[in-house]
Design a protein around this ligand. Structure first.
Ligand SMILES: Cc1ncc(COP(=O)(O)O)c(C=O)c1O
Length: 433
């Protein structure tokens, strides 16, 4: 026996071997991943059995430039060969350039705009929201408002802001003071916010809730309500930021300027980096000694982020994302498939709304057919591909989608016939962030 043979002497595939090893070596916080990815190039990844997939999820809105993009490979290689890490006792040119660049695209660079900003770096989206949470606490006000269904991360502060009770429940008690209002409901937000509120946290499109865009006028109303009561407006752009929706930030389409913007995911193009940008008075809430992280603003991750920003600009990817997103949405709706209701979202963050709860089963069927997508809700398929996805690649998915839906529909129907009491069999994998 090699250790990868079953008792019956059957040899396990590469993916099966990986699943077996995972189940013994890694904590079971997600369930065992059925596929081991071993390499990627552009928007295509390859698994341990040599099967290729079009990656339409991009590490969940992370691989902005796809896999092994030469600009990132070059920037990271040069940086790690020059200066791989410095402590917070020092600065370095790459982090300074990145902070200034982020302030430029935010329109908050000191001396160049009325409301100057400052950046604090971290390593993930949850940590970006932790920083914003601490900024909110520094106002001295006790209450924080967030949205039902929102997702802001898994650390305790970010989890406290997450409007999904099932995710919070195993870890109660949460940090105190967070209240939830229905997303998109202006009167509810107005009723909740007064002078005791430190901050309102909102996503411009709720990605994990199923790609739910803010209704027209909601972000603008949130801006005026928070401004009226002196509360911070924190916009979580972790999933929507850095070109994902066809603009640098999704909130700019609403014509607002938040007090704090949180970023991660696409910023590093696959290297772990996050940031919170404070604008105006919010830029000075954190004082020396109040926050930090050993790796925050790490030179290698900062170099990757600069490469992402440079490439988005030089390759005109914002326009490409805007046009391709519309092309995909129209192509999918034009299929006229009875299991597709409509497509929502913006740019390359799209939610395909199904007429039945077969999202997870469709994601599985699509994977079998060579396309990586996911189902953040039972009736929603999410696309968050690399921003460099080509029109031909997108079209190949649109063409394959009806087949995946049909297979999923048959699979779910036969499972329900076999075990009618299993309410939602297709969510059994339970994998999400
Ligand atoms: C809007 C939003 N905020 C925060 C997070 C948490 O980011 P991370 O997983 O990097 O901690 C996510 C992750 O999906 C997200 O979508």
């Amino acid at each position: 026996m090699t250790g990868f043979e079953t008792v019956a002497g059957q040899t396990l595939s590469g993916n099966q071997q990986a699943a077996e090893r995972w189940s013994h070596a890694l904590m079971n916080n997600f369930g065992v991943p059925p596929v081991e990815l071993v390499s990627g190039r552009g928007a295509v990844v390859t698994d341990a059995d040599g099967k290729q997939y079009l990656d339409l999820l991009g590490g969940i809105a992370v691989n902005a430039l796809g896999h092994a993009h030469p600009a990132i490979v070059d920037a990271v290689s040069r940086q790690v060969a020059t200066l791989g890490h410095v402590s917070n006792f020092f600065t370095h040119p790459t982090v300074l350039a990145l902070a200034e660049r982020l302030l430029d695209i935010t329109g908050a660079r000191a001396g160049r705009s009325a409301a100057a900003g400052r950046v604090i770096f971290c390593n993930s989206g949850a940590e970006a929201n932790e920083a914003a949470f601490k900024m909110a606490r520094r106002t001295g006000r006790p209450r924080i408002i967030a949205a039902e269904g929102a997702f802001h991360g898994r650390t305790m502060g970010a989890l406290a802001l997450t409007g999904q009770p099932a995710k919070r429940a195993p870890f109660e008690p949460m940090p105190a003071g967070v209240e939830f209002v229905p997303y998109g409901d202006v009167p509810a937000l107005r009723a909740a916010v007064d002078e005791s509120v430190a901050a309102v946290f909102l996503e411009p499109i709720m990605g994990e809730a199923g790609v739910v865009p803010a209704p027209d006028g909601y972000l603008a109303a949130a801006r005026s309500i928070t401004a009226e009561h002196g509360a911070l407006l924190v916009i979580d752009e972790v999933q929507t930021g850095i070109g994902r929706t066809g603009a640098w930030f999704a909130h700019t389409r609403a014509g607002i300027v938040p007090d704090v913007i949180t970023l991660a995911k696409g910023l590093g193009g696959g290297m772990p980096i996050g940031a919170a940008i404070g604008i105006g008075a919010a830029a000075d809430l954190l004082q020396p000694g109040q926050h930090g992280s050993t790796f925050a603003g790490n030179p290698v991750c900062a170099a990757a982020a600069l490469a992402v920003l440079d490439t988005i600009e030089s390759d005109c990817l914002l326009d490409h994302v805007d046009a391709l997103g519309k092309h995909i949405a129209t192509g999918i709706e034009d299929l006229g498939h009875p299991l597709i209701d409509h497509v929502r979202g913006a740019g390359l963050l799209l939610g395909i709304v199904l007429t039945q709860d077969i999202g997870p089963a469709t994601a599985l069927a699509a994977r079998d057919a060579g396309f990586i997508i996911n189902a953040p809700a039972p009736e929603i398929l999410r696309l968050a591909p690399p921003l460099i996805l080509s029109t031909e690649q997108a079209d190949s998915f649109v063409e394959a989608l009806p087949g995946a839906l049909n297979v999923a529909s048959l699979n779910v129907a036969s499972l329900n016939v076999a075990s009618p009491n299993v309410a939602n069999v297709q969510t059994a994998t339970g994998r999400d962030l």
